[in-house]
Design a protein around this ligand. Structure first.
Ligand code: GRF
Length: 194
């Protein structure tokens, strides 16, 4: 990642499938004076993703791919990434699994945020599983993406206390709040080697 350090802001693409609250926090972060990134592209597999509204609000280019044929969609994405000189990809609630080939082409330059303390609770329905198992703590993790699901090298984690009154929904809200702080911190960490 050292290569990414420079005077110019690193052109970044954010991949989303849904609400886009992490996208929003990353956009706001990118607009702050000391941010090392500029968000040039929003990619989604879902044309109805609420987060896409942010593209209009913040005047960021957006691209939608249906992923009916993954390798075709990925080819087009790679082309768009190249055309927009993208050097960093942040997955933020992106519900498609990228191919090994795609990941190889962007090796060490794709990040993801997951709402658990990885390596615990990889995959879906994290919060419900945490509640069912009566865990005392959960949290969120920003990690590099490799070809295994939610398994790449961890960049940063934030622990969150699960209270006895929490259910999956309240825990989700609690953890999302922390996600919004953690993702920008992780981006700073990898781009400035802090
Ligand atoms: C977040 O909980 C993130 O950790 C997970 O998907 C959710 C996306 O939420 N990967 P949002 O679309 O950013 O609001």
């Amino acid at each position: 990642m050292a290569k990414l350090i420079g005077l110019k802001k690193v052109k970044t693409a954010i991949f989303i499938s849904g609400t886009g609250s992490n996208l929003e926090s990353l956009i706001k972060f990118s607009l702050s004076k000391n941010s090392p990134i500029k968000i040039n592209l929003i990619v989604s597999n879902n044309s109805k993703a609420k987060g896409l509204e942010l593209a209009k609000i913040f005047k960021i280019k957006k691209k939608i791919y249906n992923f009916k044929n993954k390798s075709v969609s990925e080819k087009f994405i790679l082309k768009d990434l190249k055309n927009n000189e993208i050097r960093l990809i942040c997955l933020a609630g992106f519900m498609k699994i990228l191919s090994k080939d795609f990941i190889k082409r962007f090796k060490g330059k794709i990040l993801n945020i997951h709402p658990s303390l990885l390596p615990k609770y990889r995959g879906l329905d994290t919060h419900a599983r945490v509640i069912n198992n009566k865990e005392k703590y959960s949290g969120c993790t920003v990690h590099y993406v490799n070809s295994k699901l939610d398994a790449g090298r961890i960049i940063l984690q934030k622990k969150v206390r699960v209270s006895k009154r929490d259910n999956a929904e309240s825990l989700k809200i609690k953890i999302l709040k922390q996600e919004h702080k953690l993702y920008p911190k992780a981006v700073i960490k990898i781009l400035t080697n802090l």
